[in-house]
Design a protein around this ligand. Sequence first.
Ligand code: FAD
Length: 322
Amino acid sequence: MNSGGAHCLKYGVTTNNLLGVTMVTMEGEVVEIGGAHLDAPGYDLLGLICGSEGQLGVVTEATLRILAKPEGARPVLMGFDSNEVAGACVSDIIKAGVLPVAIEFMDRPCIRACEDFAHAGYPDVEALLIVEVEGSEAEIDEQLGKITEIAKRHDPVALKESESAEQSALIWQGRKSAFGAMGQINDYMCLDGTIPVSQLPYVLKRMEELSAEYGLDVANVFHAGDGNLHPLILYDANKPGDLETCEALGAEILKLCVEVGGCLTGEHGVGVEKRDLMLTQYTVQDIAAQMRVKDVFDPAWLLNPAKVFPLESSAEYRDKAA
Ligand SMILES: Cc1cc2nc3c(=O)[nH]c(=O)nc-3n(C[C@H](O)[C@H](O)[C@H](O)COP(=O)(O)OP(=O)(O)OC[C@H]3O[C@@H](n4cnc5c(N)ncnc54)[C@H](O)[C@@H]3O)c2cc1C
């Protein structure tokens, strides 16, 4: 998987931090791809392997970059009275060229669930941003100065910088417990899509409309800085038909991500869940080209044959191999 997370806004996702892998091919050969250095010569096979969802070979070792620990870090909490305004604030921070290490977004249902669980001191607002910057004290003050100035233009109803390491840890503990905290309250399906940050206000508004249309609530907690959304669709697993409605709404939201210039996946991959949506993002020809790549590495289609590609598109390859 090309995994990501809160701090990828500054440090990039897995592919940006992977230097090399040892991989066992389907012929049983052990190959080294990349190594303990940046930018190996030749085709970027490492880029191909990273995020290929186990379809090309079995990785047995990975060499990762080690980054220097920053001198310090400080988060600031920003509360807004609507999701759209918080989304517009994120977009403005990114446009201004300031690079926080993380911008995390939570809407009211998530804020409440996290606060009840972790008592992190979150304000009771419609939308909350946790913006964190890193560096020396002087660098932190300078960056947070610019960021809070941008936030003030959006009339925040709460704005509070962390004042100690303990407060910072608590702020993050709240965010990191979001999925578990929501799970205590409701059954939910967690989506994973990506959008251009400038589209955040529109997408949040459109998701509200879709949520009303399908009759299921959507709670939001996500990595806003790099546009990686994780809408949580709340449903009742014991109510007949609710899961199907939830999946249909999920598909609409992911299509919306593609529609605004984003993509179907952020950090969770395609897997089985999104394979049939791949044709909303790629043409038949794109998918055919991707399947030819898999076929070179795995001619018998034994490695995760029913993942990533729409079943109908991959049927010929899978039948040939059976
Ligand atoms: C609540 C929740 C929160 C999450 N949060 C994050 C997050 O913050 N960031 C993020 O990036 N993801 C997140 N994820 C998604 C998570 O990263 C993926 O589910 C991840 O791929 C799990 O890895 P795994 O090895 O446990 O899963 P597996 O299902 O075992 O593997 C994932 C894929 O990799 C393949 N694979 C496994 N081992 C190898 C190998 N040795 N060589 C080649 N291919 C292999 C498998 O075939 C499979 O297709 C979250 C998921 C959940 C449920």
